[in-house]
Design a binder for this molecule. Structure first.
Ligand code: NAG
Ligand code: NAG
Ligand code: NAG
Ligand code: NAG
Ligand code: NAG
Ligand code: NAG
Ligand code: NAG
Ligand code: NAG
Ligand code: NAG
Length: 892
């Protein structure tokens, strides 16, 4: 029994005395940097005794820097350093390591009269030994810089730096929950906010849960006491809800928290283990309530709010790391928000993100960030190797550019905003992109100026670009459809009977027929009646031969009546008119050379029908057609690219082509930037190639225009059309993305015009483009642009031919051989029908005619059906012929 108690005691005391932290790690046990407007300090534990790197303001290369050893500091491990807003002293707190035990708090005061770095600071350290090793031990100073407060689970102390005195008491006297372990703190004049973990109820899922306490200070004793608390509760069924945090009692960087309070009582609390940053407000006059305002959650990962820091003017910097849920680092970024103006929640757009395309990390820097601290105008950044970058605020029109001097800390210096961006307030944030409708050509960096009306002026504009610069040129229109009537007979019917569709009356055969018929009637009337009116004008002599002649030519009543003869005359006219029509119609082919059909009712009438279809490139084509393919395949392309509304110059451009699997440099034919349009053209080594154009420049681009050019080649039979299309890509109110993958599918279009007589088939061909691209992916909104981080714009165009081509065929509706016969047939049919109509009309008057009518009807029917039979036979023959010829084509 005694032995086991003893062994527990031994293990216990060993665990106390064995506090041996990894001194090289900066992500353990607290904040290793502190900054105010006077100086910056960094604790460097990798040395024993530890060193302090002190850098004096102004934060630029030439200002004084000291590296000071903690006097008598062997076996001292510094947890945290901190300082007041404007004192020339800093505090440090930590524990003794190795065989020693004990906790200490110390102050280093600046001695202005000393000249050497070693004596410039006088150190005072206070030790206390009553408490075992604390995994979490945070310190902070009230703004006046006199009292430093230390908080741990087991103890709390006030350290008076003027009248060196240390007042330590048990933590359980202050913490309402005795299990509270503090992880982060910030203090202002009137209040303090401290965030940490408490042990949860025994039966609950989570072992440790986060809590945020609002602390006030007694005005007499300066003792802290808790006035309010906030417990961030996870929503049921979220990944945060399932967290148990069972290991939160031992130190783990994963459980780091961060608190920052600004002068207006705004409180930011970052809790990276739930990927959340909370914004609270505390009334400065009566700081007894912690009002929750909003929060920012960043998805299913850790690291959002690893560190938070208020800056001047209501801006705040948030260190957004991304770790997997098992704490594997993926990325680190500093987001700067204007919280005072725009608020802060999960959808907030940051003003800028560091690092980015033009604010690059120094070479010596690790990309894993640990901590940010504000002065509050400057921002100090600590990486996991102990490197420090101090970002200085820049005035309007300038952004802080990293000056990689090679020494530590690294500083930034002001650089003029790039064209297309502006900055209208001072601070450490980057320049913002000019809003849509405004531009900065390089001389208005504090405020973008309005663009001219009717110009293309998207996000990040540098110039007024006329809309005509964005013209898309298409070379192909829809292939015509076949007309409604593709049979000559139908065309004739259409043209003869549908007078209402006529554009001019004289185009209608019926019109001519009526004229002839009425003139004939008139003449006949005059002839017949002339004797009755006046003997002097009698035409008796002429009457008989006319009568005789008319009766003889009467085909309708088979030589019975004069009127029938007159009708026949009119029919003869109709035959002539229709034949004329047929001959003129014959010439309306092909449509490319046809003129307006003024002779027909429908002026757009053409002797052409069309077929269009997709064919596979892998089916062999006839020799004739193959030549067209060869012409197309040997066409040599010139690729034209325009970056519109940009100041990127040719010096930033490089072009590569993909030969096999290697990217090889290609030279441009022309390259120039005129009026903010960078025009680039290059000869492509072959048709199907991938081209990569990279612009090693961070400047914005408004739009993209891509075209191909190739010479034509016209011979009698083959017309290779000149290729010259352009496609523009733009979106009002957005800026071109920096990664531009574009697939350009080219498809052959081949027009085949079959001959109307015995000439050769004429082919013409051209490539048409299909840009296979997601337009939304090519452009960025302001929010997306801020989050984009590429240092160059890379356009990749892959030219690929589609495995099919479009085959358009044009053939005549009627050929010369058919037109005469078809016209005759039509008139004959017309005659029959007319006779029938006349007979029907005459039916009521002559009963005897009925018999005749029936016999006539039978006869006509027979005649028509034999004609139709013949016609059918002829058509069948045609079809057979054409099938044979097309079969021949396939097999040749
Ligand atoms: C360091 O130790 C020496 C001797 O023990 C002592 O005289 C001196 O005051 C100490 N310095 C500090 C800063 O504690
Ligand atoms: C720490 O060490 C001191 C002597 O250096 C000793 O008096 C004290 O009891 C020790 N404290 C603990 C908690 O072990
Ligand atoms: C300040 O430095 C000077 C010169 O090194 C020294 O004489 C003086 O005692 C120092 N004052 C304090 C308070 O340490
Ligand atoms: C320092 O302490 C002494 C006595 O403990 C006291 O008389 C004096 O007022 C204190 N000084 C300050 C600045 O508090
Ligand atoms: C606080 O803790 C100390 C030792 O850790 C203990 O002696 C004391 O009784 C506790 N006080 C309260 C109020 O729990
Ligand atoms: C808060 O701090 C300010 C400035 O230090 C002070 O004037 C004010 O009285 C304080 N208010 C309270 C309630 O302590
Ligand atoms: C979280 O839950 C606790 C216990 O149910 C409750 O007291 C507290 O108000 C909740 N906090 C929030 C922010 O809802
Ligand atoms: C047109 O093509 C033919 C056959 O490929 C070629 O011989 C001729 O040089 C070409 N003409 C032009 C102007 O390219
Ligand atoms: C094919 O014919 C149509 C209609 O005449 C014309 O618009 C098109 O340009 C022609 N295409 C080619 C490749 O000649």
């Amino acid at each position: 029994m005694n032995a086991s108690v003893l062994s527990i005691f031994v293990i216990y005391s060993l665990s106390i005395s064995a506090f041996a932290p990894d001194r090289n790690r900066y992500d353990k046990y607290g904040i290793k940097i502190a900054i105010n407007e006077i100086f910056f300090v960094q604790a460097q534990n990798q040395y024993d005794p530890p060193l302090f790197l002190v850098q004096y303001a102004p934060y630029e290369g030439s200002s004084l820097q000291c590296l000071i050893t903690l006097p008598n500091g062997t076996n001292h491990y510094i947890y945290s350093v901190t300082m007041g807003k404007s004192q020339q002293q800093f505090f440090f707190a930590g524990e003794l390591t190795n065989t020693k035990n004990g906790t200490f708090i110390g102050v280093a005061k600046y001695n202005a009269s000393s000249s050497s770095c070693d004596t410039r600071f006088s150190f005072t350290v206070q030790y206390f030994y009553n408490y075992e090793h604390q995994e979490y031990y945070v310190i902070h100073v009230e703004p006046s810089g006199r009292y430093a407060y230390g908080f741990a689970n087991k103890f709390i102390f006030i350290f008076d730096s003027f009248n060196i005195s240390l007042n330590v008491w048990n933590g359980n006297e202050t913490w309402p929950d005795h299990s509270f372990s503090p992880h982060a703190i910030d203090i202002t004049n009137n209040f303090s906010v401290i965030a940490g973990f408490i042990r949860n109820a025994v039966d609950a899922t989570a072992v440790y849960i986060p809590v945020i306490y609002l602390i006030n200070f007694s005005s007499f004793t300066n003792y802290p006491y808790i006035v309010d608390q906030y417990r961030p509760n996870a929503t049921v069924d979220t990944w945060q809800y399932l967290l148990t945090n069972s290991d939160a009692d031992t130190y783990s960087a994963k459980y780091d928290m961060s608190v920052s309070i600004n002068n207006n009582g705004g409180v930011l609390v970052g809790m990276q283990f739930i990927n959340r940053v909370f914004l609270f407000s505390v009334a400065r006059s009566n700081p007894i309530r912690l009002y929750f305002i909003s929060r920012n959650t960043n998805g299913r990962s850790l690291g959002n709010g690893k560190s938070v820091a208020w800056l001047d003017n209501g801006f705040a910097a948030i260190l957004v790391n991304t770790y997997s849920l098992n704490y594997q680092w993926a990325s680190s970024e500093i987001y700067v928000y204007d919280i005072q103006t725009y608020g802060y929640n999960s959808n907030s757009t940051p003003l800028s993100i560091f690092p980015n395309q033009h604010q690059l990390l120094p070479l010596s820097f690790s990309s894993i960030f640990l901590q940010i601290i504000s002065s509050p105008s400057s921002l100090a950044l600590l990486d996991d190797q102990g490197n420090v970058l101090i970002m200085n605020p820049t005035p309007s029109g300038y952004f802080p550019a990293v000056r990689d001097s090679g020494s530590m800390p690294v500083f930034t210096s002001a650089q003029l905003c790039f064209p297309g961006t502006y900055k209208n307030r001072s601070g450490i944030q980057d320049c913002s992109i000019c809003p849509s409708g405004t531009k900065n050509g390089g001389n208005s960096s504090t405020q973008c100026v309005a663009c001219a009306a009717n110009s293309f002026c998207p996000l990040g504009s540098v110039s007024d670009i006329p809309l005509s610069a964005l013209e898309t040129i298409t070379q192909v229109i829809t292939y015509p459809k076949s007309p409604e009537n593709t049979q000559f007979q139908d065309v004739l019917i259409q043209n003869t009977f549908f007078i209402n569709k006529c554009h001019t009356l004289y185009a209608s055969p019926v019109f001519w027929w009526l004229i002839v018929f009425s003139l004939g009637c008139l003449a006949l009337g005059v002839l017949m009646c002339s004797g009755k009116v006046s003997q002097a004008y009698s035409l008796d002599k002429q009457r008989e031969p006319v009568k005789y002649w008319l009766k003889n030519i009467d085909l309708i009543h088979e030589g019975e009546s004069m009127i029938g003869g007159l009708g026949t005359l009119a029919f003869l006219v109709a035959i002539i008119v229709i034949t004329c029509f047929g001959i003129l119609f014959l010439q309306q082919y092909p449509i490319e050379t046809a003129s307006t059909s003024s002779f027909a009712c429908d002026a757009s009438m053409r002797n052409a029908k069309f077929e269009t279809n997709l064919q596979s490139l892998s089916i062999p084509v006839s020799n004739d057609e193959q030549q067209m393919f060869d012409l197309l395949d040997t066409q040599s392309f010139i690729l034209n690219i325009q970056f519109i509304n940009t100041l990127i110059n040719c010096d930033a451009i490089s072009i590569k082509g993909l030969y096999g699997s290697a990217w090889t440099t290609i030279r441009w034919l022309t390259c120039e930037n005129t009026d903010a349009i960078l025009t680039l053209s290059m000869q492509l080594p072959h048709q199907q190639i991938s081209i990569q154009v990279s612009a090693e420049d961070v400047k914005t681009v408004g739009a993209l225009r891509i075209g191909l050019y190739a010479n034509g080649n016209e011979t009698d039979q083959y017309h290779l059309k000149e290729l010259n299309f352009y496609q523009s890509f733009f979106k009002f109110g957005q800026v071109l993305s920096q990664s531009l993958p574009i697939t350009l599918d080219i498809t052959k279009i081949i027009n085949e015009t079959l001959p109307i007589s015995n000439e050769k088939t004429v082919y013409s061909g051209i490539f048409i483009p299909t840009f296979n691209v997601d337009l939304n992916g090519l452009f960025l909104s302001n929010d997306q642009y801020v989050r984009q981080m590429l240092p160059s714009t890379i356009l990749t165009i892959a030219i690929v031919e589609t495995p099919y081509y479009v085959k358009n065929t044009q053939l005549p509706i009627v050929k010369l051989s058919e037109v005469a016969f078809d016209s005759f047939l039509f008139v004959l049919g017309f005659l029959e029908i007319s006779t029938l109509v006349l007979l029907i009309l005459a039916l009521p008057f002559k009963a005897t005619r009925r018999v005749y009518f029936i016999s006539f009807f039978k006869k006509s029917f027979q005649r028509l059906s034999t004609l139709l039979e013949r016609r059918k036979l002829q058509t069948n023959k045609n079809i057979e012929l054409s099938t044979v010829s097309s079969n021949e084509q396939i097999f040749t």
